[in-house]
Design a protein around this ligand. Sequence first.
Ligand code: CP
Length: 324
Amino acid sequence: QRHLISAADLTRDDAVLILDTAEEMARVADRPIKKLPTLRGRTIVNLFFEDSTRTRISFEAAEKRLSADVINFSAKGSSVSKGESLKDTAQTLEAMGVDAVVIRHGASGAPYRLANSGWIDAVVVNAGDGTHQHPTQALLDAFTMRRRLIGPDAGIGQDLAGKRITIVGDVLHSRVARSNVDLLHTLGAEVTLVAPPTLLPVGIETWPCAVSYDLDSTLPKSDAVMMLRVQRERMNAAFFPTEREYSRRYGLDGDRMARMPEHAVVMHPGPMVRGMEITAEVADSDRCTVVEQVANGVSIRMAVLYLLLGGNEPAVTHPRTEEK
Ligand code: CP
């Protein structure tokens, strides 16, 4: 593949290759010098039209660890506020000779448009578009699950066949849920979505997953439980669920976590709203992988950029590519 736009575009073998490459990249973080020369001389622009903490910082860390030249662009403070279009912004970047564009945009489909418009030649990586897709989030989540549920070494070459993953909350507005359902299905996992009926999209019955409205009965049958934030910024205020009612039915607290099998983990893509979808007790527990997910995000993004831009260069563990 030339671009990474959607988790649905990845085959099982593509996804396992990315996860295995991320395991190699994770070893770089354990070294005194956390850098590889792989993308020396390549320029990557991080084009963020929507707010981000984790994705923006971890793409930047991944690019710098691969020795790329990094340009950060945020719509706030740019000529986008003067009405400049995506096309003109993209062509400005093209004129500067960028090799890859990592794009986050509020409009679903913006990365696809950029990749298929002919406006630029650069590789395009989707860092989250509207309510559509967030493929590197799904990959880092799968990487975290494989490490926790199978193990870093035992997991090499493996998918998530038979693992039972429950995704809970605002599925309607969640690109994380869409990407995860696509990727987890490709990797052989059994996914159950748990959400209020008002926070499920039309056509949910065509998704490759089960749907439940009862969190308590789903928790004991879960190997991983992924909590989603209620995305008020994408909702009409009239449709906000009340915090107390939402937490009572769909929030994860210590009592509910105790219903999960002992080996099962709690995940969250962040940002978390403590007290709404997750209590502080659960968020701070050893079973919660939220901080691990952020660290794994750097390894996954290094793997994606390496595979898309590194060409036929040797694998990162080859001595010739190691930083002396
Ligand atoms: N998980 C995620 O995409 O977080 P940010 O919005 O902070 O990047």
